[in-house]
Each structure stands twice: as structure tokens, then as C-alpha cells.
Design a protein around this ligand. Sequence first.
Ligand code: PEP
Ligand code: MG
Length: 327
Amino acid sequence: ARAKLASLRDVPSATRDGVEIDLHANIELPIELAAALENGATGIGLLRSEFMFMNKDYLPDEDEQYAELADIVTRMEGKPVTIRTLDIGGEKLAVALQAEMGSGPNPALGLRGIRLSLRKPELLEAQMAAILRVSLLGPVRVLIPMVVSVHEMSRARQIYQSVAKRLREQGHAIPDELPPLGAMIEIPAAALTIDALARESDFFAIGTNDLTQYTLAIDRTDDQVAGLYDPLHPSVLRLIRDVIKTSCERNIPISVCGEMAGDPRYTPLFIGFGLRNLSMSSVSLLPVKQRLRRLDTRNSEQQAARVMEQWDSARIAMMLDDFNDLA
Ligand code: PEP
Ligand code: MG
């Protein structure tokens, strides 16, 4: 089975009816890059930048971040890389920041993601500067985590533009049109106001891990309630469906990059919702490609519509298992 999967590496990633689907890799550590390429990733859909901050008792400056990111972008040889700004906080900790900021009573609902970046703008400035400089080495996009409001995106964009101006003044050849700046859709508030966020975002990436956690009020790291964590809850599926629909209507590039994206059981659902770009752990790339190559988009649309009539997630899971690709 493994040899069969491996043979899929270089075949096109498209449905039976010829609709091309972009399959990108999620990367947490640079060492994972080789596996992404080996498994045929056509880009990095989520580069979690936390690795540059973890296990360090200081905050890495612009040059140090540039060096680490430049290595990754160069090794991708022209394939797109979506770099997420710092998402420390919640279940992700950094020694240097922890010492300085402490942690609130409920880290998952506390100072994390873009909230922390706007509270400490010099952090965001250094990251954005490093990313803008690596954009001269290959196509990149900047992804902002934990967004809940348009205001956060417009603040982020102001900072982005001022950093670009400063870099140009320092002699860097930053182009007039900056790399796309997009928002993670991983909090229900963002999903429910996606039309508003569209005004300030060049692209969206749905994070199903946090979207599930915050929609169901279930801490994804708490073993006591882990059994209740359920991405197939109709509330989560409705948010995902509606975000994809609005993004497609407005021609805003949209991807899904949470764990769900890497589960081949869910592939027909996403394709049926109109999604054409998924980002996942590298080990999932070929299984998902295998699944989608047997799908027909029309069929998937009908199957997705039937799933969305259901209210019981156990029933939804059964339906997804039952869908026969060649029906
Ligand atoms: C998510 O929340 O789904 C996501 C992709 O981000 P992370 O898992 O890094 O929080
Ligand atoms: Mg997240």
C-alpha cells in the first residue's frame, strides 16, 4: 500500500472530473520540509513560526528570523509559502515571552495570536520585516492568527505598510505590491463576520482545530473533555461551509489548514463545499490525494448537501464513511 501511495507523488492532484486541488503542507519545524517535498506538496499552506521562539530565552530579532525563513523559502524553489505570524499563547508557550508577559487565568481565551502581536508591536514589526525580506527570494504570504475583528486586520496592515516603507528606505527592493496579508479563520466571531473581514484580507485560512475548540467550548488540550471534541458537530460544519461560500463568491483565496484537512474521510465534504486548497501534515498528503482523485465534484456537492441536513454528528460520520467514491 505504501508503494502504491508513493506512486501518487507526481500524479496531478485533481478530481475525476478534472478540477485541480492544491495540496499544501503544514510545517512546524524546518526539519519537516523534506517530508513535505517528498510527499508532493505544491506549497506550504501553514508555516507555524513559533519554532523560532521556542526553547530560547531571548526573542529572535529580524535578522535571525530572516535567516531561518530564507532557508525555508529557498528550499521550496519557487513554491508558495504561507508564513503565519507568532501564535504563542494558549497551548503554545515561549520562555522569553512567558517570563515577560506571564499567562492569564485562561490562556486559550487570553493574550495570544494577533492580540499579543498588537500589544507588543515591535514583535510583529520584526516578523513582518523578516517576511518582507524573504519575499524577495520566493512567493510568500503573511497569515495572521486568532483574528476576531476587522480592526485587528487593519492595524496589522498599517504596521505591514509602515515596515515595508522602512525597509525601502533602508535600501531593500520591496515591491510596491506587498505579498498578500490574510487572516486565520479559527474563532467563531471571525467566521460569522467573514464578509466584513473580507474588506481587509487578501486571503483566508480556516483553522479547524481552534474553530472546533472555540465553537464547542472544549479545550483541545484537556483530556477530561477530549472525547467531546468533535469537528463534525453541525455548528462547526456550518461555519466552515459558510466561510468557504462567502470567500468563493468574493474571489478571496481560501484554504483549510486544521487537522480536518488531512483526514481523507472529510475530503468529499470540503470539495463539495467548493474548497480547492487544503493544507495538512505531510503524512496526509498522499492519502488525501488518493481520495480526491476518485471524487467527482458534482457528487461531492450532493453528498455535502445531504450531510448538512443532519444534526447528529455520529450520523454524519457514518454518512461520510459510507460515501462510495465511484457511485
Ligand atoms: C488551527 O487552529 O486549526 C490551526 C491550524 O492552527 P494551530 O493548530 O497551530 O492552532
Ligand atoms: Mg489555531
